[in-house]
Unconditional design. Structure first.
Length: 360
């Protein structure tokens, strides 16, 4: 794709409404983006399988992975005063939630604007001003004055999904995006861009790009896609939390404009070490910047793909500042380097190199 097309795609992907279990809007956007260059299948869990059109029977399979959901919320119940009690979908920190602008998809499929309500400081006690309430004590206000009005007029009740409502912006001068849900819409965009770059090419491997659902609530979709695809190799395109604003320089392992992050460890995953080293050496050869990281938190779809059948798997991460919040920064050049590295691996890989990843 041309840069202008990529930027347009990244902004549209970020703006889409998609949280765990409610990925339909983004799935349609992704499939519309790749339908002319891949054969599409969608399963009942809303996992998308986009197979490269040049795939041939009998070739080993590379599974690309990105996930379609982002952190959000779901309506648990409507309070007597019309406020909406909610439950998080995915890993939120409670102090990032108050005063969020949100939109709720009601029973008619229409979006209703709302805000995570906060008591004005005029009415707060000193203790309230000094503390953030627990999530179970928070509410979304859509302007209703009673439970009956919220349910009957606004058509909002138990099970309605709640999405963060932030518009993505791109700054041409700095090369930075500012918006929501970059985890993992930028990984999904990278996957679409890889398919576009490889369009019309024959490779030694079949390529199936899986857009997995429900990653934020337990990597659920990736277990299903890996079981269905049965890959010989896995490459996860994930948006990963940057640490460059709060970690000493010597310890910072993921930062803006430093290239993708190749993950050596998180709480769910250790990559195949030979595949990891191969990817690093190939990046060096092609002058693609990257960092490596050892994380003591987090998890991603690579664990599910690896667990299913032991296919060598790595994670190529696009750095994102303030992940799992409503407002994120990410750099175009890191996105592009992630695409370049993924394409380089697919073009360079041979069956002999794949076999070497299992030899010790």
């Amino acid at each position: 794709m041309e840069k202008e097309q990529e930027i347009k795609m990244l902004k549209a992907f970020s703006d889409a409404n998609s949280t765990s279990g409610f990925e339909g809007e983004f799935i349609k956007l992704f499939t519309d983006t790749v339908k002319d260059i891949a054969d599409i299948k969608v399963d009942g869990m809303l996992n998308v399988y986009a197979a490269k059109k040049e795939n041939q029977t009998g070739q080993p399979i590379i599974q690309l992975d990105a996930h379609s959901d982002a952190v959000g919320f779901i309506t648990q119940a409507v309070r007597p005063n019309g406020m909406i009690k909610f439950v998080p979908l995915g890993g939120w920190v409670k102090y990032n939630i108050p005063a969020l602008r949100v939109k709720i998809r009601n029973r008619d499929g229409k979006y209703v604007p709302g805000v995570v309500a906060t008591k004005p400081p005029h009415f707060m006690t000193k203790e309230e001003r000094d503390n953030v309430p627990e999530v179970e004590d928070m509410s979304v206000d859509v302007g209703s004055s009673s439970r009956e009005e919220t349910i009957n007029d606004y058509k909002i009740d138990t099970g309605c999904p709640i999405f963060v409502d932030v518009k993505c912006e791109y700054n041409e001068k700095t090369g930075l995006f500012f918006g929501k849900d970059f985890d993992d819409r930028f990984g999904a965009a990278a996957m679409a861009d890889v398919l576009d770059n490889l369009n019309g090419e024959k490779t030694d491997f079949n390529v199936v790009a899986a857009l997995s659902s429900q990653e934020e609530v337990g990597l659920r979709g990736a277990y299903v896609t890996a079981r269905s695809i049965k890959p010989d190799l896995g490459i996860v395109l994930e948006s990963c939390p940057a640490d460059d604003t709060f970690t000493p320089k010597w310890l910072s392992q993921t930062g803006l404009k430093r290239g993708p992050m190749l993950r050596d460890m998180d709480t769910s995953f250790l990559p195949n070490p030979k595949f990891q080293q191969y990817a690093c050496e190939l990046a060096d050869k092609n002058n693609i910047p990257y960092t490596r990281s050892v994380r003591t938190g987090g998890g991603q779809d690579g664990a599910a793909i690896y667990y299913e059948n032991g296919a060598p798997t790595i994670v190529i991460g696009i750095p994102v500042r303030y992940e799992h919040s409503a407002y994120c920064f990410s750099a175009y050049q890191d996105f592009k380097a992630s695409v370049d590295l993924t394409c380089a691996i697919i073009r360079d890989l041979t069956k002999e190199k794949l076999a070497s990843f299992s030899q010790f």
